[in-house]
Design a protein around this ligand. Structure first.
Ligand SMILES: Nc1ncnc2c1ncn2[C@@H]1O[C@H](COP(=O)(O)OP(=O)(O)OP(=O)(O)O)[C@@H](O)[C@H]1O
Length: 442
């Protein structure tokens, strides 16, 4: 029996495709009134999880429920869940309006609902155009319109921002925030944190099918740390002086500077002065959220597998406390090798190692840049990789930036009149040519 809560529960969910463990023991919950981002690199298991949630793939173990029920036991799923797994499967010669009417009829909603949802997604002017001529962004909107036909309580969207231009992303953010503010539930996946950062409240980050972080985005923000890059006249002497002052997280940078964690600019300046070491430059750098994401998903770590809600992620590389956390493998990074200077002995314990390996495809390897990336215009959205330069002064962590559009009155989908009869096909399974939603792999 559906509990009507609008809650999504994923419990110890696993899926193997032969030898491929696509999803491993995944657990999280999405509450109504919130937007949860389901994030992970390509191939990390996002789509497989969403497919299990939408009843398109049979789990190997565990379960996923909406309103306390597996998808296939929801009485009229199209009225409860709107799902978009890919913006494909539209009949190319059919107009957007006709496409919606066909799906609406299967769901038992009146024809006029097609125009309502076209308006909701900003496609009113394109209702008479054939979907085959739509851009990717327009197809995303049409797919969303299809999911909204049944005026659902829950939205599950796989990479909804894919193909949208910046204006489209801003629009989607406003729409999803308003949808959630009207008391409904939103779960969206993405492989780009920056793309959804301003939209989501809660985040589930997965890598290789396993949970790396599950909790509020604000808590992840608070976990950001800063480090200070110092350019001393004598790096070795300063490193020793810092060690003696119990500041042990000190690492040489490839260009002969020192990266210091756990000390303020002032503390370092004082220690340098006492040690008689001249400083030619001091800059504070703050790890941005995207970099936390890289650190969590780069695959260099053995994954923790089960992470309780609110559990903070491991400290990103470069910010490790002395000694690697249990279960973690540290190795010298690519592009950031430990390079003791000539005649410059590495002090024992406290030399931190930075990230290893190549980032997942599509990602920029975070660099320990001394200069902000070219063209970087802070601060509305921090670009991937890179560190925010904060010369000389230690800045407190930046408060989360509310999206510009927050606070707008909810403008969610309008109620559908005359709920009707036969259980419609899942809206996500829109491709009549797919030969079955699971592609024979469930
Ligand atoms: N039907 C299938 N048969 C075999 N392997 C599959 C199948 N579906 C997914 N996989 C594998 O499961 C893993 C997770 O894939 P999935 O599509 O869920 O990842 P994803 O995070 O959604 O990736 P992307 O961001 O690229 O869409 C991958 O290794 C993928 O190759």
């Amino acid at each position: 029996m559906s509990d009507g809560s609008g809650r999504i529960v994923v419990q110890n969910l696993s899926k193997n495709f032969g030898q491929v463990a696509a999803v491993q023991n995944l657990s999280f919950q999405v509450e109504p009134g919130s937007v949860t981002g389901f994030l992970g690199p390509n191939g990390s298991g996002k789509t497989t999880t969403l497919r299990m949630l939408l009843g398109l793939v049979t789990p190997t173990a565990g379960h996923a429920t909406i309103n306390g029920q597996p998808f296939n036991r929801l009485g009229n799923p199209g009225r409860i869940v709107g799902g978009v797994l890919e913006a494909q499967g539209f009949h190319p010669g059919r107009t957007a309006r006709d496409h919606l009417r066909v799906y609406g009829a299967a769901m038992g909603v009146p024809d006029q609902r097609a125009d309502e949802v076209l308006n909701l997604v900003g496609l009113a002017a394109a209702g008479n155009r054939a979907a085959g001529g739509f851009s990717l962004g327009m197809k995303q909107r049409l797919a969303l319109a299809t999911a909204l036909l049944g005026d659902p309580q829950v939205l599950v969207l796989d990479e909804p921002a894919n193909g949208l231009d910046p204006e489209g992303i801003a629009w989607l953010r406003t729409f999803l925030r308003a949808f959630a503010q009207s008391g409904r539930t939103v779960l969206i996946s993405s492989h780009l944190l920056a793309e959804v950062e301003q939209t989501i409240d809660q985040v589930v980050i997965i890598s290789r099918g396993q949970t790396m972080y599950y909790g509020m985005l604000d808590d992840l923000r608070k976990a950001q740390k800063s480090r200070v890059i110092v350019q001393p006249a004598d790096p070795q002497k300063l490193a020793v002086a810092l060690q003696e002052a119990k500041i042990t997280e000190v690492a040489p940078t490839p260009d002969g500077k020192l990266a210091v964690v756990g000390a303020t600019v002032q503390q370092i300046g004082d220690i340098a002065a006492q040690a008689g070491v001249a400083l030619y430059g001091v800059q504070e750098e703050r790890a941005d959220l995207e970099q936390m994401f890289f650190a969590l998903t780069s695959g260099q770590y053995s994954a923790p597998g089960q992470v309780a809600h609110g559990q903070l992620p491991p400290i990103p590389p470069g910010y490790q406390q002395p000694g690697p956390p249990q279960g973690y493998q540290q190795a010298p990074p690519q592009g950031y090798q430990q390079q003791p200077q000539q005649g410059y002995q590495t002090p024992p314990g406290g030399w931190q190692q930075a990230p290893q390996g190549t980032p997942p495809q599509g990602y920029q390897q975070p660099q320990y840049q001394q200069q902000p990336p070219q063209g970087y215009a802070p601060p509305a959205q921090t670009p991937p990789g890179g560190w925010q330069q904060q010369p000389q002064q230690v800045q407190p962590p930046q408060p989360p930036q509310p999206p510009q559009d927050w606070g707008q009155p909810p403008s969610g989908p309008q109620p559908v009149q005359a709920p009707v009869a036969p259980p419609p096909p899942p809206p996500s399974d829109k491709n009549p040519d797919s030969g079955g939603p699971d592609g024979g792999n469930n």
